[in-house]
Design a protein around this ligand. Sequence first.
Ligand SMILES: [Zn+2]
Length: 79
Amino acid sequence: MTAYDPCAHCEEMMQPYMDRVITDTERAEAEAHLDECTYCRKRYRFEEKLRQFVRQAVQHEPMPVELKTKLAGLRTPLQ
Ligand SMILES: [Zn+2]
C-alpha cells in the first residue's frame, strides 16, 4: 500500500485547468485525473457550469434579480 493520494493535488491542478493557464502536458494530466476521479469530475463540471453562467451573466446587464438568486444558490449546492 502506498500513501499516495491522487486527490491531494486536485485543488491546485483543477484551478489552473479551469482557467486555461496550463501547458498541454498539465492539461493531459488533469484530464486523465478527471477520467478516474468522480469527485473532481463532479467538482469540475459544477465549476465549469458556474463559470459559463457568470460569463453569460456579465453579457446581459443589468443582472436580473432572479439570476442573482440563482447564482447565490449555485454557490451553496450542498447546504
Ligand atoms: Zn481528484
